[in-house]
Design a protein around this ligand. Structure first.
Ligand SMILES: Nc1ncnc2c1ncn2[C@@H]1O[C@H](COP(=O)(O)OP(=O)(O)OP(=O)(O)O)[C@@H](O)[C@H]1O
Length: 674
């Protein structure tokens, strides 16, 4: 077998890998991880609910009904019975320096198994998974030693490739490393993965409405994020899916190199490797319907299956053959397509036959009749022990850095959303429309009349309601959109929830301030509201308070539901209640609903604005002149008490804002831990 050259596009140290033995001739591009890890998994079984539970109220009510009808214990026992076993006693060992490829047909349990190895699967499972005989994958201190690349690429679509890797580096690499060292590491990763030529391109995607880098490049960025930290263990779920065969070959070659040079432990699922990729693999773990069919040297698999009666037809790609075998098709290559279909449709008996053959093979092996191995493979104890004190002291970014980086990253990620031409145009259009419809209504000569005062109170109410609506509904998207990223980054221990909360709050400030200020200033000038600096500044403060409160409500709903549709429905209900009970549309709310107006932050903001701009009109309403009380005909203004300058309303708004922000934090914490 000739030598394969792995093209790492411009890499300063090209790698030559011998195709048959994967011998790395020259590599020094990545620092070695501190602690080599051997992984042992023993009798791992996994169970999932057998029936899909329809979400929603009806299903919950039905469950409650059953619970009351049959007794709680009975229901729980019943639930246990309704489980389906999707992994069956998976056992094996992976030593440092090895790349293990998990293969199997679709639905055979590859993702379930690798996510269990990564400690990211909450499904009920038994058996043990240990790194260096002591660390569970879910251990907090160990998380940072483990790189896990999921099947779906969870990336911030608005960031460039370089920004994505750089911010991950700042958040994930030890705080002892300098800024220059972190940048250097990013450049190395860009080179290693052959994506340096797209470092300035955005990731792109549906959310930002722009096409960015290709699917294969996204995959490599996701892998790069995990390699940055230089972990001892790298787990990858289908890293080659969507890649052409040459790029896939390069990627597997890079993984082989990383394993051999850095003594890393690498486990990857792989869907349908080409024969060239197959020849590069060290170890193969073959699964079929959750059963372990083979675990051992990839080069020994063909002989092993031949010995148990599943000889590979001549000239076939071993990977294709093993997938056929694992799918339940065991006929030879000459069988007609018709026969194959009939066998595949009835996989269980075939799989049972294969499992029986494997058992017989084990019997032979124990008698020394065969040298091919199913499992377990020997543990190479050079893996070492625990993480060591040195590692434990190696902390990631400080809290302040976490907050700063999350804020900057978030600002950059949302640059396409908030300042898009569409958003600015819509807001400006509304401002100009308001200005034209209520042109100079705020001049004192106009507010002296009933109609004039009503006009101004109307435009103030509309302005606050419009800004509230747009901020509430845009904030709803924040957390549901970032859910996957938050879960992924939290799972690898990159930052704490409070840093995320403060970072996002900081990032919202400029974005949620600029546009409302611009719109309300436009309306202020065109409507001709009080021409004094004090009144203008106070008005803007009130507008911002209302906007921040609305945004907090949106963030809370988003964080609580983490589901856009439900959060939007809840927001619509709340917003309409807040608007209608605000006192502008309905002056006398029914007694049983009168409490609702106290929750209406729009009412407090509007009331404070009216007091600021229509004090004269309010006085005529009787607030300052008891003798005329009750004869006010200023419509909605009658509900505004002209007792002060709106201090009470502003204080209440402030309290609401703080309370809602606290609720956002609690919801986020609760969801993150969930
Ligand atoms: N949370 C779950 N609830 C119900 N069924 C599940 C759950 N997780 C996995 N399964 C089932 O377990 C089996 C294995 O799924 P898994 O995703 O691990 O397969 P896979 O080999 O990775 O498939 P693919 O190659 O198509 O990604 C499938 O039948 C799947 O439907």
């Amino acid at each position: 077998m000739g030598s394969i050259h792995i093209d790492l596009s411009g890499m300063s140290h090209p790698i030559d890998v011998d195709g048959s033995k994967n011998v790395v001739k020259e590599v020094d591009f990545m620092p070695k991880p501190k602690t080599p890890m051997h992984l042992t998994f023993n009798e791992v079984c996994c169970y999932v609910p057998a029936h899909f539970e329809v979400p929603g109220m009806m299903s919950k009510l039905n469950k409650l009904k059953k619970a009351f009808g049959r007794g709680k214990d009975e229901v729980i026992k019943g639930a246990d019975k309704k489980e389906r076993q999707i992994l069956h006693n998976i056992t094996g060992v992976v030593n440092p320096g090895e790349v293990v490829a998990i293969m199997g047909p679709s639905g055979s349990g590859k993702t379930t198994f690798i996510s269990l190895l990564a400690g990211r699967n909450k499904a009920r499972h038994t058996g043990s998974i240990l790194y260096n005989d002591q660390h569970k994958p879910t251990d907090k201190a160990f998380k940072r030693q483990l790189g896990y690349v999921t099947q779906e690429d969870a990336l911030y679509e608005g960031l460039t490739v370089f920004e994505t890797l750089y911010y991950t580096a700042v958040l994930r690499l030890p705080r002892a490393m300098t800024e220059a060292e972190k940048r250097e590491r990013v450049y190395i990763i860009l080179e290693v993965l052959g994506i340096s030529k797209v470092k300035g391109s955005i990731i792109g995607g549906f959310r930002v409405g722009r096409r960015g880098i290709s699917g294969g490049e996204k995959k490599r960025v996701a892998i790069g994020q995990e390699l940055l930290y230089n972990p001892s263990v790298i787990l990858l779920d289908e890293p080659t899916s969507g890649l052409d065969s040459t790029t896939a070959l390069n990627l597997i070659g890079t993984l082989e190199t990383l394993a051999q040079v850095g003594n890393r432990t690498i486990v990857t699922t792989i869907h349908q490797p080409s024969s060239r990729i197959y020849q590069m693999l060290d170890k193969l773990l073959l699964m079929g319907q959750g059963h372990l069919l083979f675990y051992g040297d990839a080069s020994a698999a063909t002989d092993y299956f031949a010995e148990i009666g599943y000889a590979m037809p001549y000239g076939m790609n071993p990977a294709d053959y093993f997938l056929d075998v694992a799918s339940g098709w065991s006929g030879d290559g000459s069988k007609k397509a018709k026969d194959r279909t009939s066998v595949v449709q009835n996989t269980d008996p075939e799989l049972k036959a294969l499992l029986r053959a494997i058992e017989r093979g084990r019997g032979l092996e124990s008698k020394g009749g065969t040298d091919t191995a199913l499992v377990p493979l020997a543990i190479d104890k050079k893996g070492g022990g625990g993480l060591g004190e040195e590692y434990k002291k190696e902390l990631g970014a400080t809290f302040a850095t976490q907050v700063r980086v999350i804020a900057i990253r978030s600002l950059k990620d949302r640059r396409f959303e908030k300042f898009s031409v569409d958003t600015v145009f819509t807001m400006m259009f509304v401002a100009v429309l308001c200005g034209m419809l209520w042109w100079q209504s705020g001049l004192s000569k106009n507010t002296g009349t009933t109609e004039g005062a009503m006009d101004v109170s109307g435009v103030l109410f509309f302005m606050l309601t419009y800004l509230s609506f747009s901020l509430l509904f845009s904030s709803i998207f924040t957390f549901p959109n970032e859910k996957t990223m938050l879960m992924k980054e939290r799972a690898s221990g990159m930052y704490c929830v409070s840093a995320f909360f403060f970072g996002r709050t900081l990032a919202d400030l400029p974005l949620d301030t600029c546009l409302p200020l611009l719109v309300s200033t436009g309306i202020y000038v065109m409507v001709g509201l009080k021409a004094s600096v004090g009144a203008y500044v106070l008005s803007m403060c009130i507008v911002l308070l209302v906007c921040f409160t609305a945004a907090s409500l949106g963030l809370f709903l988003g964080a609580w539901f983490l589901n856009l549709k439900r959060a939007q429905s809840a927001a619509t209900v709340l917003m309409l209640t807040i608007m209608l009970t605000g006192g502008f549309f309905v002056r006398t709310t029914p007694a049983w609903m009168s409490w609702a107006k106290y929750l209406s932050y729009i009412m407090y903001g509007w009331s404070a604005m009216v007091k600021l701009h229509l004090r004269g009109a309010l006085a005529k309403c009787g607030g300052e002149n008891p003798s005329t009380e009750g004869i006010c005909d200023y419509g909605a203004l009658g509900v505004v008490k002209s007792d002060a300058y709106g201090g009470t309303e502003v204080s209440i708004l402030l309290c609401m804002l703080i309370a809602l922000r606290a609720l956002v934090y609690i919801a986020l914490r609760y969801r993150a831990h969930e």
